[in-house]
Design a protein around this ligand. Structure first.
Ligand code: PLP
Ligand code: COI
Length: 351
């Protein structure tokens, strides 16, 4: 019989934090999970306390960006249970990145074990149901070693930290909070580069365009396809969605991150709502014909795009009730107020 790893003496007690007013900020929780890859073996260090990491100064992650990360949420359901959302998809996306960056995969079982253990260890920090906040789970992967040559590492660290978070964009939760975005003249990824994997370097490259957009009062930069600068790619750390008549559209591009939220929303739209859905190129010019726009991601959930500005053009989109319908269904599935026909909820048992 498997012995439990944690023994909960009382009902889960929440840390005394104001979960309802949190922003999307890092808060150091007591515990993190860690495993180390050396000599062809992943060795589980398990739950560790130190928030700082001791790395060899020659590490590939520090010099050559051999780093990947993931982002997912654990939420308290209406039934009081804790649920992660599609964590296996995050494990698979991380491993697609590991393959591209020429490092070893993290076994899916190890990834899931880490998510479970780090959540269990930090259970008081999972926000209660109804606050809107959630436990953000940040798995990451580092190539390490005593090295100076431009080559993949032979040792790796896989670590997961967690932090309770509130809404990603200022203005609170829910798709009704409209945001303004600025079409960027810069790219976050190369046409046949690393846009499709969650490599840290893609995000360092987005700081400058993001700062440029934010300094002009926009929530984030909207990126066009890096090859022709003609089609919509994605927005900051979120994928793009549009409603054109009765169809839900999303860009087809090799340089956007394949969002798990987007995949889920497209499935909800087609299978549960019977809306036509299409993944295809969306030219910036086609915004003239689009009825509504939104962006989506783990952190952004689904957020209404109220305005998009280009250097000489401006599009305004009204709020569309269908964003709310998608939001409610997605969050309902995640928090167990709705059935889970696709088996997306992943319960993390305490004890
Ligand atoms: N696009 C980028 C660049 C991201 O960083 C993210 C966040 O992970 C997303 C899209 C949304 O992906 P997901 O829904 O899997 O969180
Ligand atoms: C996410 O949506 O999980 C992200 O990773 C976005 C961001 C915080 C990088």
């Amino acid at each position: 019989m498997n012995k439990p790893r944690y023994y909960f003496i009382n009902e889960r007690k929440h840390a005394s934090l104001d979960f309802a007013t949190m922003g999307f900020d890092y808060l150091a929780c007591p515990w993190r999970f860690e495993a180390v890859f050396q000599h062809g073996i992943w060795r589980v260090r398990g739950i560790v306390e130190d928030t700082t990491m001791h790395l060899p100064e020659g590490s590939q992650c520090l010099h050559y960006g051999q780093e990947l990360f993931e982002g997912m949420k654990v939420q308290t359901g209406a039934d009081g249970k804790l649920y992660a959302f599609r964590p296996l998809d995050n494990a698979r996306r991380l491993n697609a990145g590991a393959d591209y960056l020429c490092g070893p995969p993290v076994p899916e079982e190890l990834f899931l074990r880490g998510v479970e253990e780090v959540t269990q260890a930090n259970a008081p920090y999972v926000p209660p149901y109804g606050t809107g906040a959630s436990l953000y789970v940040r798995p990451f992967y580092l190539g390490i070693g005593d090295n100076v040559g431009v080559k993949p590492a032979s040792s790796y660290v896989f670590r997961i930290f967690v932090s309770p978070v509130g809404p990603y964009f200022k203005g609170g939760f829910g798709p009704e909070k409209g945001q303004k975005f600025r079409v960027s003249q810069y790219d976050r990824a190369a046409p046949h580069g690393t846009g499709h994997i969650k490599a840290g370097g893609n995000y360092a490259c987005s700081f400058f365009p993001g700062r440029d957009a934010k300094s002009q009062g926009y929530a984030e930069a909207l990126y066009l396809d890096p090859q022709e600068h003609k089609y919509i790619d994605e927005i900051g750390a979120a994928n793009f969605l549009a409603l054109k008549k009765n169809t839900l559209l999303t860009p087809k591009s090799t340089s956007v991150l394949p969002s798990i939220t987007r995949r889920s929303l497209m499935r909800i739209a087609s299978d549960l709502f019977q809306w036509p859905t299409e993944e295809r190129k969306i030219a910036l010019d086609e915004l003239d014909e689009i009825d509504a726009a939104a962006c989506c991601g783990t952190a952004a959930v689904i957020t209404w795009i109220q305005e998009i500005h280009d250097s000489d053009r401006k599009w305004q989109f009204p709020f569309d009730e269908r964003w709310k319908k998608l939001y409610d269904k997605l969050v309902g599935i995640q928090t167990a107020t709705e059935e889970d026909p696709f088996s997306w909820r992943y319960e993390i048992k305490l004890g």
